[in-house]
Each structure stands twice: as structure tokens, then as C-alpha cells.
Design a protein around this ligand. Structure first.
Ligand SMILES: [Zn+2]
Length: 234
């Protein structure tokens, strides 16, 4: 799976074979493959949008990749903003029923989401440590949950802080490429390689398009590589 912020831009990049394969160690490029199955995604207003994500297949390793928009989570029928609203309500002390009521999410689903995040809270917090450092921005306020659920609260704080840093990092221009590898050019090359490695690890495509418009919870999808509810990779 690859996360895309702007599906149209990612589709164009896929069509022109400008999407790199995200598999570790693979240097292949993706080519257009058959679309993924349709999937309904419910928003906070209850409306259901049926999307059919693009897919690409690597010519080198033959692995297929679903290009999933950042507002989606794999195997989840709700937009990530719905999941986020429920998690924040629970961290603020709401029970399962009340946390899900505002977004019309069944109690059993709310329970599963909260248990999943609480269970993986240490891994989520650890996962944020390798991301680009946060640049504090008072304009991007992140709700502060109460400390009634320490694991959940700590995970949301870590994700919120990392999301702010990621937003700042994604909107920076790519470090310039240089023909020579000397002095400051070498530093630029290292910065460029580091940026590409971070993007590969995030499994993020076409980051320069739409990055500035990603919502906080879409950023959380990106920084967890879509695994907010299923456990982040080690
Ligand atoms: Zn590949």
C-alpha cells in the first residue's frame, strides 16, 4: 500500500512511471495496474463515499501497491477523521457509546479502535521518534485530551506532535541535486537521500502535491503508513 495525499497527482505520476516502488531494497518503478476493489468510506456527516483506488505494479519486484488516499485507513469503512474524533472523545473521558455517538459509529467498533490504539500505544510513540523533528506552530492547535486513559492520551499527544512536524517537513522544497559531491553539495546530497528514505519509509507518493492541505488526521495516516489501527511497523 502507498498513501497518497492528492489522488489525481498520484495517478498522473503512476501513468508516467514516476512512482518509486516502496518495497525495501527495490529500486523499481510502478506501472499502471488494474484498480483496487470499490470500498465505501463513511464521513463524519454520515455520508458514504465509494472510492476505487488506483493500483500500481512494480516491474522489478512484481509487488502490486494500492494507492490509498490519506483520508482512508486499510480495512476501515470510516474516514480517518471519524476515527480521530472518536479517539479524542475517548481520551477526553467519554465512554464507548458516547465517543461513537457524535459520528454514529457502533459501540463495538469504537471499542475495537480504542483497544487497538491503547494496545499499540508504546509502538506508536516509539514510531514517531524517527520522524522529522517537529517545528512548533501555535496556529496548528492540537486538542489536549485529559489524562484518564494514559496509554491512549500519550499516543495521541505523540501523534499530534509528530503530525505538526511532518506537515512542516513535507512542505519544504526538495534539497537541490548537485553534479559534484564536495563540501556543501555533499550535505545537500545527504539531505536529499534522507528525505527520499523518509518518504519511502512512510510509503508516501507525490508528497509535494497537496501536502499543505492535508488534515491533521491525514498526516497521522501518513506518519503511521496507514497502520493507526493495525500496529505500526517496527
Ligand atoms: Zn519493487
Amino acid at each position: 500500500m502507498i498513501t497518497v495525499i492528492d489522488p489525481e497527482a498520484a495517478r498522473r505520476a503512476l501513468a508516467t512511471r514516476n512512482l518509486a516502488c516502496p518495497e525495501p531494497g527495490c529500486t523499481g518503478r510502478l506501472r499502471v495496474w488494474s484498480k483496487a476493489r470499490p470500498r465505501p468510506v463513511r464521513g463524519r456527516d454520515g455520508r458514504v463515499q465509494v472510492i476505487r483506488p488506483d493500483r500500481g505494479r512494480c516491474r522489478a519486484c512484481s509487488v502490486t501497491q494500492v494507492l490509498l488516499p490519506a483520508f482512508c485507513l486499510p480495512r476501515c469503512g470510516y474516514r480517518v477523521e471519524v476515527v480521530g474524533a472518536v479517539l479524542l472523545a475517548a481520551a477526553d473521558g467519554a465512554g464507548y457509546a458516547r465517543a461513537g455517538a457524535a459520528c454514529a459509529v457502533p459501540t463495538s467498533t469504537v471499542r475495537d479502535w480504542i483497544r487497538a490504539v491503547r494496545r499499540s500505544a508504546p509502538a506508536l510513540i516509539a514510531h514517531t521518534s524517527w520522524l522529522p523533528p517537529s517545528a512548533p506552530d501555535p496556529a496548528q492547535a492540537w486538542p489536549t485530551p485529559s489524562p484518564r486513559l494514559p496509554g491512549l492520551t500519550a499516543a495521541l499527544h505523540a501523534l499530534g506532535t509528530a503530525a505538526r512536524g511532518l506537515a512542516s517537513w513535507l512542505t519544504r522544497p526538495d534539497p537541490p541535486a548537485h553534479a559534484t559531491v564536495t563540501g556543501i553539495d555533499y550535505l545537500a546530497l545527504i539531505a536529499r537521500q534522507h528525505r527520499h528514505e523518509v518518504l519511502r519509509r512512510l510509503r508516501l507518493a507525490a508528497p509535494s502535491s497537496g501536502a499543505g492541505h492535508a488534515t491533521p488526521w491525514e498526516l497521522v495516516t501518513i506518519l503511521t503508513a496507514g497502520r493507526l489501527l493495525t500496529g505500526v511497523p517496527g
